[in-house]
Design a protein around this ligand. Sequence first.
Ligand code: CDP
Length: 227
Amino acid sequence: MKRLRVAIDGPAGAGKSTIARRVAEALGLLYVDTGAMYRAITWTALQEGVDPSDAPALAGLANRVHLELRPEGEGARVWINGRDVTPFLRDPRVTRAVSAVAGVPAIRMRMTELQREWARRGGVVMDGRDIGTAVMPEAEVKVFLTASLAERAKRRVEELRRQGHACDPDQVERELAERDRADTARDVSPLVRAPDARLIDTTGRDVDSVVREILTLCRPFLRGEGE
Ligand code: CDP
């Protein structure tokens, strides 16, 4: 059984989930999308009428809900209190509120606890903002993916349109920049590149070449793991 742990961090729209999923598939590892967990708790807060800036209420929610990440095929589904909430995770209202929710220490503590269980088992590719720094600082391979703001906004507009959401490109770019600012500026586990993470700028690069670069980084750790 493979034990390799791959941590992929970076700002919104840098291509983390597409690339992490492909790396996991190529190596037969589990893909854990930690952003989906923060989105799921945010969606639940909105459903219950909890204000995303009300930290004590969010802390209560974090302790009350039962969140499960169920790996399935190449991705994962998130269940909250026995309900599959995956279809709601990319809703623009969730995207707008998620950084505030993810900045609440009690929320991070709860999510990090669940993520570390996956990390302990090993054999995972995990993507997020604080994976190489806080969740799996011991990961064998760490990558920090980035791209220019204009390119990230363009990709996000295409993704939203594919999913049937109407969107204004300028607004998408503004909201992306604002989310990066909030994720970078927060006190607990901010978005920051781990000193030992490989920086990969995906601007103008295709997914295949980035996946190949990460697989090359993984190769030395796979010797003796059945590769
Ligand atoms: O896919 P996208 O890059 O838009 O975002 P995501 O990975 O789904 O993450 C959504 C939000 O969750 C981020 O903007 C962060 O505020 C938060 N997040 C976090 O704080 N820590 C993580 N490990 C993952 C996500």
